[in-house]
Design a protein around this ligand. Structure first.
Ligand code: CTP
Length: 223
């Protein structure tokens, strides 16, 4: 059921991230992941439908322009961090639906790496944990922060631990071990966990319906 405008979030700015970051190896290669950006795009569209203004910071192909939607295209975790930080200045809600790479090559080769050797070793170093960095430096101080958790085992316990570790207001959990939902799929089925421990299941449905349900939950918590 499509959601109409919600007076609670009407006119508020949501910052939504989408897609999988790409961490360059050389001018033509990168380390990436299977995120399609569909869930982030669906959340941006749901927030717009419910009356919010949206800045979509995306590492996936951008959706069509529409009123109320600002799109910031990024590639790497570092670029996503900078773009989200800037966009938070006048935002009330951050939804981090992006699959941010946890590792990046230490060195980015200036020229295309040539084949020839028997093996190639690429040294990886951690990327910035965007959610944690934004909490630590105060950029997300007055923002309602929603994280996503992609888990394959101990799904609820791991998500609760992530909510605490990243000081989130809400976490949306995907069980990525299951076929037909989550990364790359058109459907999703998620569990939403609140800071106060409330656990809500959102049944399998097209990502746009799941996104409407998530934004309604956020609207009920943003006052
Ligand atoms: N995230 C982030 N910065 C990163 C990695 C993840 O802000 N460098 C965010 C994601 O956008 C998501 C949440 O943190 O909202 C959890 O992401 P997930 O990949 O499930 O967790 P990780 O922190 O990467 O932990 P792990 O991979 O060990 O489960």
């Amino acid at each position: 059921m499509p959601a109409g405008p919600d007076p609670t979030i009407n006119g508020l700015r949501f910052v939504v991230t989408a897609g999988g970051t790409r961490e360059p190896i050389d001018p033509v290669r990168f380390i990436g992941n299977r995120s399609s950006g569909k869930m982030g795009n669906a959340l941006a569209a749901a927030a717009l439908r419910q009356g919010a203004r949206v800045t979509l910071v995306t590492a996936a192909p951008a959706p069509a322009a529409q009123p109320g939607l600002d799109i910031v295209a990024v590639e790497t975790a570092a670029e996503m961090h900078a773009a989200v930080r800037a966009a938070l200045a006048d935002a009330s809600v951050l939804i981090m639906a992006a699959a941010v790479a946890d590792w990046r090559p230490r060195e980015v080769a200036g020229n295309k790496l040539k084949k020839g050797a028997d093996t190639l070793t690429i040294e990886l170093v951690p990327t910035v944990d965007i959610l944690r960095a934004l909490r630590d430096d105060g950029a997300a101080k007055d923002v309602f922060v929603v994280g996503f958790a992609a888990e394959t085992e101990h799904v609820i316990d791991n998500a609760r631990a992530k909510l605490d570790a990243k000081d989130l207001d809400l976490i949306v959990v995907n069980d990525v071990s299951r076929e037909g939902i989550g990364m790359g799929a058109d459907d999703n089925e998620v569990t939403v966990i609140d800071r106060d421990g409330t656990v809500r299941a959102i049944a399998r449905a097209p990502k746009s319906d799941v996104a409407d349900a998530i934004v309604r939950i956020i609207a009920s918590r943003v006052r």
